[in-house]
Ligand binder design. Structure first.
Ligand SMILES: [Zn+2]
Length: 471
């Protein structure tokens, strides 16, 4: 056994070698080195129950082992043997499957006579399985699985939202990644808009200052992207739609990026919903305007944008398009798979292409999104600079100039992803103003990563009849 696993036979009974199993009465049983090593390694040197690291003292860092091999089913069938009456063959009781690694304290607890029923053999086996699986998953993460987290939190109609680092970490882990906090500290890429006044009524000051904050934070990140310190981005955002669109418009298109979805149903956690249906999207013409230089897009996804409530600036002159789910009523549970988000993004890219064709030179398009978080980010992220019109809210004429360095690594733009994203539809027809978008005609529109389903957006165009349906 390696020296780093303290196992000197001279150690007192209270600090037994790692190849010794201890019974409730202090008696010890020697376990074969091979079996002991396997149990220690599978447990990651941590207590199966409290996850304490067992090879050093927490306070001093001194190399003192506080781990014990514990029998799930006691090693004899006698009455004093914890769970000893289990039918497990006595000959198999010193095997790996019947041993778990615990700290002293926890070992004492499970072997205490009053706790034998609470910690039944099945319960302990389940704990061992869960702990060992987790250790294997965590230690299996490679350097490539590191991701830089952007967390954006704002108020929603007067209420601050919570999005803890623990939530972020566990969501990433489920996706086979771990957060890289090494760059500039844990909160460096947190965009916290919760202290900003004016959110409930969406005052111009709120959008203006909020945009400035988002821009400033993303510019810092851009510097690290430029130095190649950031190789993958994970976006967790929960805020008012215009802020999400703004965030999307500032996201670099050269770094693989996953925008994580917030679920609305069930545990209301983050992540995709396995088995949820993939939804198609279509766009259609609602009104042919008289002025080719005025266009508006209603995104009816989490709800239907009410035409009757559009501002007066969207009048007869404006050509109005609507992007909506095909064959399904808009609702808040719509985009629950990566594929659905990809289809939404492709549909929006197709509509942008239509706008480009039908309204050459259109300076800006008014957008009214009733969409979930991930789709809001996609709305801001999809347009290409120099090709597509700027997005604009008719209620909010101000617009930011995106400070993201455009095209810094354009040659690699196909590495980007637009995966991840789901629910949490928020608001309807909220004003949006995003900076002039910044992609070159060469940039790919629907981005995918190594976990994506492959292929460029252009490879799977939705049939024209579905994309274009004048009413
Ligand atoms: Zn413990």
């Amino acid at each position: 056994m390696p020296a780093s696993m303290p196992m000197s036979p001279e150690e007192p009974a209270a600090n037994p070698s790692p190849t010794t199993a201890v019974g409730p009465d202090g008696a010890t049983r020697s376990i074969s080195e091979t079996v002991a090593r396997r149990v220690w390694v599978a447990a990651g040197g941590r207590c199966t129950m409290c996850n304490r690291y067992l090879l050093t003292d927490d306070h001093t860092g001194a190399p003192v082992s506080i781990g014990q091999l514990a029998h799930i089913v006691g090693w004899t069938t006698s009455k004093g043997s914890p769970r000893g009456t289990d039918p497990l063959d006595v000959a198999e009781r010193n095997d790996e499957a019947n041993l778990m690694l615990l700290c002293y304290d926890q070992h004492r607890v499970i072997d205490h006579r009053t706790m034998w029923e609470v910690y039944s053999a099945d319960t302990l086996r389940a704990m061992k399985r869960t702990h060992e699986q987790r250790i294997k998953q965590l230690t299996g993460l490679r350097d490539d699985d590191r991701t830089t987290v952007i967390r954006m939190v704002g108020n929603l109609h007067g209420t601050g939202v919570e999005l803890s680092p623990q939530t972020v970490a566990s969501t990433l882990l489920a996706d086979g990644r771990y957060p890289d906090y090494t760059l500039l500290g844990v909160d460096e890429y947190e965009v916290d808009l919760r202290q900003l006044p004016g959110e409930p009524d969406g005052s111009p000051g709120y959008w203006e200052i909020g945009r400035a904050i988002v821009t400033e934070r993303l510019a810092r990140l851009a510097a690290h992207v430029g130095k190649e310190n950031v190789r993958h981005l994970s976006v967790f955002a929960i805020a008012r739609i215009p802020m999400l669109v703004t965030l999307g418009s500032l996201l670099d298109d050269t770094v693989p990026t996953v925008v994580h979805p917030k679920r609305r149903a069930g545990d209301e956690g983050w992540g995709w919903t396995p088995g949820a249906p993939d939804v198609d999207f279509e766009h259609r013409l609602l009104q042919e305007g008289t002025d080719p230089h005025q266009a508006a897009v209603l995104f009816s996804v989490s709800g239907t944008v009410d035409r009757g409530r559009l501002p007066a600036t969207v009048g007869e002159g404006t050509t109005i398009y609507e992007l909506r789910p095909a064959g399904v009523t808009p609702n808040r549970e719509l985009i629950r798979t990566r594929e659905s988000l990809d289809r939404f993004t492709r549909s929006w890219a197709d509509l942008l292409a239509e706008l480009e064709q039908r309204h050459p030179g259109l300076p800006a398009v008014d957008v009214f999104p009733a969409v979930p978080i991930t789709a809001a980010v996609a709305i801001g992220r999809t347009p290409m600079r120099a090709v597509h019109p700027r997005l604009r809210s008719p209620k909010d004429e101000g617009s930011i100039r995106a400070t993201w360095p455009a095209g810094a690594r354009r040659a690699h733009s196909d590495r980007g992803i637009y995966a991840g994203a789901a629910e949490a539809g928020e608001g309807s027809g909220e004003p949006v103003s995003a900076g002039r978008t910044r992609r070159s005609p060469g940039g790919s529109v629907a981005r995918r990563g190594r976990r994506g389903t492959g292929g460029r957006s252009r490879g799977r165009r939705i049939p024209r009849r579905r994309r274009w349906r004048p009413v």
